[in-house]
Design a protein around this ligand. Sequence first.
Ligand code: SAM
Length: 277
Amino acid sequence: MQEKYCCPWEHLFYEPVLLDSASGDADSGDTVEYYQSALKSGEHRILDIGCGTGRLAIPLAQCNYEVHAVDCSPEMISFFQDKLKSFSQEGHSSLQDNLHLSSLDIVTSSYGKKVDVAIAVDDFLTHFLDKSSLRSALKNIALSLKLGGRFMTDLRGRSQERLAKASQAGAKPMLFFGIVHQVSTPSGNRSVAMRSAEDYDPHRQIMTSNQIFEWIAPDGTVERTVYRTLRQRLYHQEELEKIALDVGLRLVSVYKRLHPMQPASFTSGMSLEFCTV
Ligand SMILES: C[S@@+](CC[C@H](N)C(=O)[O-])C[C@H]1O[C@@H](n2cnc3c(N)ncnc32)[C@H](O)[C@@H]1O
């Protein structure tokens, strides 16, 4: 068994093959459906920020939106490009016409073209561990929008019980996220098991997720174990609202995450929509 230890993550935590098959939920029907149905008529040019492997960008481009997908990770961009190549080999040429993929760190730069709507899926804003980088990211998002443009994003919920356990001193309970089969790797398809133990610092609002991925071969042997540390800052609605307003984005709606019309709370997670002012 090989082991690989990584430094605490800032930008390059996510491994494309794992993200694509085993983490997050951007490709679940719910997420794609939520964002698709939230788009209004006349909104055509969409910016997918932190697009990862294209799990939202691809279905939107397939629905004929002009999708501009950006990510700061070269590994994600390259994985996404390979995915697009395999789509074009299968004859999906409209996808190539509708999708514009590029590298961009939203903390340091805005997008070169103005868009109708910017979307950042799956807890994206928690990536900014301090308020000044969050502020820069929101400012660059605002600068990428045309006048009257909208920014939609979502935050995952964490129960008070989960946060209390993660805040305690000493050994933490291990959360098990199941096994995903048929993950494609250079040595063939593998199953991947994911476990995680969380530490939460309520004063700094930093959640540290210590994740262990085990790659299991068809004969049941564990081929590779990867240990990674993901740090996220769990923002409250009021904090986001205030920083966004400072940089020209007004919060116009908040719902339970991916459930339009249901009330939101910190524990249920939130879908948020901002508009340029
Ligand atoms: C949780 S993953 C989500 C990927 C994709 N949206 C999905 O849900 O499948 C977050 C993505 O944001 C990207 N990211 C993190 N910080 C970023 C930044 N400052 N600018 C652009 N992309 C960023 C990461 O590289 C990663 O691909």
